[in-house]
Write a protein that binds this ligand. Structure first.
Ligand code: ZN
Length: 216
């Protein structure tokens, strides 16, 4: 909690957690093809499903970056179904369904009741507070429950190899790269995990939701 009692969501980044990414292109040991790598590679932790992960600290030092998510905490929330605000379980204890706040900017529909997002779930008790404190959410948010969230790919910055293996940024920032895009994954630096939500059921639109969801 800050002095003004605004809860700082667990998933947010801090300025002191930023790491300068020192990148190169190097042969993939499994196939010999060039792939993006950190200059001092750590093979066991740098890659996930063929994509290079952006490095970031998790010390929560410095200024809160209200518009940025910490890559490792975002990843943790997605893979363990944890609330992005309090790090508690995001699943409803009664139904087992996951509570999810959906915004226009952080969601892309892929079917009538499913879609892609990089915003982790928000547990039911945290929803009223997060809607109350975040003007962005009040404008465009809607609250859903979903049956499941399945890892679908990443948001990434895309590079190409320049002379001597020096990575050249293509200008593609926050591009969605799916796990099946094998030709793109070796050129991507992942900054967020993207999940596909299944069987989404609308509970309420944002502005109306606070009173309805205040825990009794
Ligand atoms: Zn929570």
């Amino acid at each position: 909690m800050t002095s003004s009692h605004i809860p700082v969501p667990y998933v947010l980044a801090y300025s002191g957690e930023a790491v300068r990414q020192r990148l190169t292109f190097a042969p993939d040991p499994s196939c010999g093809e060039l792939r993006l790598s950190h200059q001092d590679p750590r093979p066991r932790s740098d890659w996930h499903r063929g994509v290079l992960l952006a490095r970031v600290r998790t010390n929560r030092r410095g200024q809160i970056m209200w518009r940025h998510l910490n890559r490792r905490r975002q990843w943790e929330c997605m893979t363990k179904d944890l609330c992005q605000v309090c790090k508690g379980p995001a699943a409803d204890s009664r139904t087992g369904r996951l509570w999810w706040v959906i915004t226009e900017t952080g969601f892309r529909a892929s079917s009538d009741s499913g879609g892609l997002t990089n915003a982790p779930p928000t547990c039911r008790p945290c929803i009223p507070t997060s809607l109350q404190w975040c003007p962005q959410l009040q404008k465009s948010a809607a609250v859903y429950t979903v049956a499941a969230a399945e890892s679908a790919g990443v948001l990434a910055d895309i590079y190409r190899p320049g002379p001597g293996g020096v990575p050249v940024f293509t200008g593609e920032h926050n591009a969605f790269v799916g796990w099946e895009e094998f030709s793109v994954l070796p050129f991507a630096l992942a900054t967020q995990m993207v999940v596909r939500l299944h069987d989404m059921v609308l509970v309420e639109h944002g502005a109306d939701v606070c009173p309805a969801l205040v825990p009794s």
